[in-house]
Design a protein around this ligand. Structure first.
Ligand SMILES: *Cc1c(COP(=O)(O)O)cnc(C)c1O
Length: 405
């Protein structure tokens, strides 16, 4: 049981938020323990527990916990040794932090299209975007569903590139039994309140390439060798390299530990809701009213998000509106980065990009949080079943011309 109100019936008309950050149970106790310990800055006892647990799960050389996934991505930008003008290939269909981290180093984000089935980066598009300036590829396992790792790793090996996994949705999720985030040279995780486990704001950097471990510690500690100083390996610490303050405080780490110790339980619950949505909408998919997420063979997803792809943008907008009228909050994302003002100015698109804008216009995400309760899930299912066929048919009528297909 994750918290007190597990079996309480929500009143019939209670609004169902898109996300509700949940407590796993031991947050208060662990934060009290941290407060009493007298050590509140980064890399304390709770941080060590979080790093060790994630390190075991990932079989990583080293895991560092950070203030956010954004911060962890910035660290990978520094560790990849990018120079101005170097190119970093990434999907257009992702969150801004995936690109920002590299643009901050003066590198050029090169945006490519996604595969229509998974909305993950299209390996052929990535291959076609490679130039003599390409240094790295950043992949995002959308919804915790693995990218095509055979083709991505072949590409990375052939061109000697740095592979960074933005695994913000992927804890825990696997590809042929391997935890996502354990395959690239580096990977990043988010513990933002919208993710499977969280501490309000938080993140992690996993280092799988042993040669990067020492520098990662330096980058996290403002560019100094303070971590070695604390281990007694040097007698003073000095400025060694570029860096910033990329530590999560011990209060955040105590919160995070309470969540991480129940990661599998929380994930099982989210997957349960995901499966109920997936089963409930199978017939709508058959009837052509919408498309459900596609999970390739060998992939175990994280239950992070459940999305529907409607036939048109108008149908998506109308479904969001009708659900909203019933107090059910559904949302959409991502605005394709190659069409954004900063993406245009700081990066460039490579090849035709059609899937990203089309998905962005037609996708909606249903409420999905830990411990939602059966009644809320039933209400969401019922709302979609009642409205989706109608909005799909209406939006297909020829007189509705103001729609993006
Ligand atoms: C949430 C998210 C991030 C950013 O995470 P923060 O911890 O909020 O910085 C980055 N990339 C992806 C794909 C995300 O979903």
């Amino acid at each position: 049981m994750l918290d007190r109100d597990r079996n309480t019936m929500p009143p019939m008309n209670e609004a169902i938020p898109f996300n509700r950050p949940r407590l796993a149970g031991n947050e208060h106790a662990y934060i009290d323990e941290a407060l009493l310990s007298g050590k509140l800055s980064g890399n304390g006892e709770f941080a060590a527990r979080c790093c060790a647990s994630l390190g075991r799960r990932l079989d990583a050389e080293r895991v560092l916990i950070t203030p956010s996934c954004t911060a962890a991505l910035e660290m990978t930008g520094i560790l990849a040794d990018l120079a101005p003008g170097d190119e970093v290939i990434m999907p257009s269909f992702t969150f801004v932090s995936t690109a920002n981290a590299f643009a901050l180093r003066g590198a050029v984000p090169v945006f490519v299209d996604s595969e229509p089935e998974t909305l993950n980066i299209d390996p052929d598009a990535a291959a076609a975007a490679i130039t003599s300036r390409t240094r790295a590829i950043v992949i995002v396992h959308y919804g915790g569903v693995a990218c095509d790792m055979d083709r991505i790793t072949a590409l990375v090996d052939r061109h000697d590139l740095v592979l960074i996994e933005d695994a913000a949705h992927s804890l825990p999720a696997t590809w042929h039994g391997r935890q996502l985030g354990s395959i690239g040279h580096m990977s990043t995780f988010s513990f933002h309140e919208t993710k499977n486990v969280h501490c309000g704001e938080g993140g992690a950097l996993a280092i799988n390439d042993r040669s990067l471990v020492g520098r990662a510690e330096v980058v996290q500690e403002k560019g100094t060798d303070r971590s070695r100083f604390f281990r007694g390996e040097v007698d003073k610490y000095t400025w060694q390299d570029l860096g910033s303050s990329y530590l999560l405080s011990e209060v955040g780490a105590a919160f995070l530990w309470a969540q991480l110790e129940r990661l599998d339980e929380i994930t099982a619950e989210r997957r349960g809701t995901w499966n109920r949505y997936h089963d409930a909408f199978a017939d709508l998919e058959k009837a052509g009213a919408l498309r459900r997420p596609f999970i390739p063979e060998g992939c175990e997803h994280s239950g992070h998000l459940y999305y529907l792809l409607m036939p048109t943008s108008a149908a998506r907008d109308e479904l969001i509106r009708r659900l909203d009228e019933e107090g059910i909050k559904s949302v959409f994302h991502y605005s394709p980065l190659h069409e954004s003002p900063a993406g245009n100015r700081l990066g460039r698109a490579a090849g035709p990009i059609e899937v990203a804008p089309s998905a962005s216009a037609r996708l909606l995400r249903l409420p999905l949080w830990s411990n939602m309760g059966d009644e809320r899930v039933d209400r969401v299912v019922d709302g979609v079943l009642r409205h989706a066929p109608k909005v799909a048919t209406d939006s297909a009528r020829p007189h509705r011309t103001n729609q993006r297909a």
